[in-house]
Design a protein around this ligand. Structure first.
Ligand code: ZN
Length: 140
C-alpha cells in the first residue's frame, strides 16, 4: 500500500467563508500516483470544517445565514460558557461541529470518484489567520 500526504494552508480574510479546495485535493491524488484507494481531507483546526456539497453561491449564502441563526457570533460572556474563558469564538466551534471535520472520497482509476455536482469545500468560521488542511491519500 502506498500513502501520500499534503498540507494545504488556508487564510480566509473574513470571519466566515467557504473555499472550493477540489483542485488542490485532485492535485494531491495525481501526485500520489495512487489509482485505487481513498483520500481523507480534514481541517486541522476546531473552528474550521471540510465538507462536500454543490459549488453554488446561493447555497453558500444560505449556509452562512443558517449557521448564524443556529450559533450567532457573540463574543460576550453572556450567551456562551466558552466565551467566559477569555475566548470569543464559541460560535465558530459550534458551526464547525455541524459542518463536520472531514470527508473521505474514493479514488477510482486515479481520480476522485464524485457523485454529480459534488465538490470539496473548506469552511472557515473564525478566519483572518492561517489554518491547515490535511490531505492523506492511501491505496495502490
Ligand atoms: Zn475557542
Amino acid at each position: 500500500m502506498k500513502s501520500y500526504a499534503d498540507y494545504l494552508t488556508m487564510n480566509v480574510p473574513a470571519r466566515m467563508g467557504f473555499v472550493n479546495i477540489t483542485p488542490q485535493v485532485a492535485a494531491a491524488v495525481k501526485k500520489s500516483g495512487i489509482q485505487e484507494g481513498m483520500a481523507l481531507v480534514n481541517a486541522m483546526h476546531i473552528t474550521a470544517s471540510v465538507f462536500i456539497n454543490d459549488d453554488e453561491s446561493g447555497l453558500h449564502e444560505d449556509y452562512k445565514k443558517w449557521l448564524e441563526d443556529l450559533a450567532p457570533f457573540d463574543a460576550s460572556p453572556r450567551r456562551y460558557a466558552h466565551n467566559r474563558t477569555g475566548e470569543d469564538n464559541a460560535d465558530a466551534h459550534m458551526k464547525r461541529q455541524i459542518m463536520g471535520r472531514e470527508v473521505v472520497v474514493a479514488i477510482t482509476n486515479g481520480k476522485l470518484d464524485f457523485g454529480p455536482w459534488e465538490q470539496i469545500f473548506y469552511g472557515e468560521f473564525d478566519g483572518r489567520r492561517p489554518k491547515r488542511v490535511l490531505v492523506k491519500v492511501i491505496g495502490e
